[in-house]
Write a protein that binds this ligand. Structure first.
Ligand SMILES: Nc1ncnc2c1ncn2[C@@H]1O[C@H](COP(=O)(O)OP(=O)(O)OP(=O)(O)O)[C@@H](O)[C@H]1O
Length: 243
């Protein structure tokens, strides 16, 4: 399999706190990988370094064979990495369509006017929001604002999609819809790194997963195997107490 993303000994320190310590992993073209770990284990910080929001303290990030660890977020978008955020970020006074067109502006292909509108509408259809294209983003329900973030990320035609807890906060029915939507994106051949706490979703979507604990990678392998590893179970539940 051809490697799409490779991190090598990636570390991020915030003052005295090491949020990510020496993390190395690869993600191949067409792979969907889950990134798990308890709260504060460094998952979002890792995503922030890959997307350029944070500069790595040390280590390397190669994307399609080129180092990207010193690039700005807009440069990384243009290279073909798009993301969604843990706390949804849409532009509330702009319409759903305008928000999606914004994704095109930061993507790898430049597009304007009717062409951009057509492309944005295509992505809104894909996520099930086409009938709300003319509404201000502020009027959307929570799940629809999540769909919009996804449409905006997809509009950039990313080679790699980073999803930061995209499924969190949904009702059980919405969760099933959300999983179905991500499955359809996956089955169309996308490469995706999914940060998620919902184990059922990880099991359904990700054949492979990586687990972090206290900033370090503690497991990387087939999801079914990794979730049975003793150190992974302990990281989530706490080490067993002995009387
Ligand atoms: N900008 C920042 N400045 C200082 N410390 C930070 C910053 N961002 C994250 N941290 C710290 O780094 C550690 C890792 O945080 P991070 O958000 O990456 O964890 P996470 O695994 O994504 O957690 P969660 O599952 O709760 O989202 C935490 O201790 C957090 O407080």
């Amino acid at each position: 399999m051809t490697v799409l993303l490779q991190t090598e000994d990636l570390t991020k320190r915030f003052g005295g706190l090491t949020a990510v310590r020496g993390v190395s992993f690869t993600l191949s073209f067409g792979e969907v990988v889950g990134l798990l770990g308890p709260n504060g284990s460094g998952k979002t910080t890792l995503l922030n370094m890959i997307s350029g929001a944070h500069r790595a303290t040390s280590g390397q990030i190669n994307f399609e064979g080129h180092p990207i660890q010193n690039l700005r977020p807009d440069q990384i978008s243009k290279q073909g990495i798009a993301r969604t955020f843990q706390l949804v970020k849409v532009l509330p006074t702009m319409t759903v369509l305008e928000n999606t067109i914004c994704g095109l502006a930061f993507g790898s292909s430049r597009m304007w006017g009717a062409e951009a509108e057509g492309k944005a509408m295509e992505k809104l259809h894909q996520v099930g929001l086409a009938d709300k294209a003319k509404q201000p983003a502020a009027t959307l329900t929570y799940i629809d604002s999540k769909r919009l973030e996804l449409a905006r990320a997809l509009a950039a035609d990313p080679h790699l999609l980073l999803l930061d807890e995209w499924l969190s906060g949904l009702t059980p029915e919405e969760l099933q819809e959300g999983i179905k939507l991500i499955k359809s994106i996956r089955d169309a051949g996308a490469s995706i790194l999914i940060v998620e706490h919902i184990m059922s979703a990880i099991r359904e979507l990700c054949p492979r997963c990586i687990v972090m604990n206290a900033g370090e990678k503690i497991a990387d392998g087939l999801t079914g195997d990794v979730l049975q590893q003793q150190d992974v179970i302990e990281a989530y539940l706490g080490a067993p107490h002995h009387a």
